[in-house]
Design a binder for this molecule. Sequence first.
Ligand code: FES
Length: 111
Amino acid sequence: MSGEESASATWHSVVDCSAVDSGEAYGAEINGQQIVIFHTEEGFFCTGNLCTHGEAMLSDGLLDGCIVECPLHFSQFDVRTGEALSSPAFIPVSSYPTRIVDEKVEILMPS
Ligand code: FES
């Protein structure tokens, strides 16, 4: 078991790697949670999709490198960590480990 895994977390296959172009985002619902996969030059990252400031989906935002900008009030989040980098949001979005298995992006979520 790696340091990122625990007995109460499960890997979920989300999307084919080829279905998400570099610089694009892919929103999905896993276990009732809205999540988004970002394809960056550093690889695939996953965070919660709902902005922590309001009712906006980060999958609709602008991805620049590893920073996504909320489409509603333009807070920026680091997609690698979920950290909120600029106001009005200050609470981070959830961040989920990713891996590639058989050309699909998988994410590790609490069960
Ligand atoms: S809803 Fe995202 S910054 Fe306000």
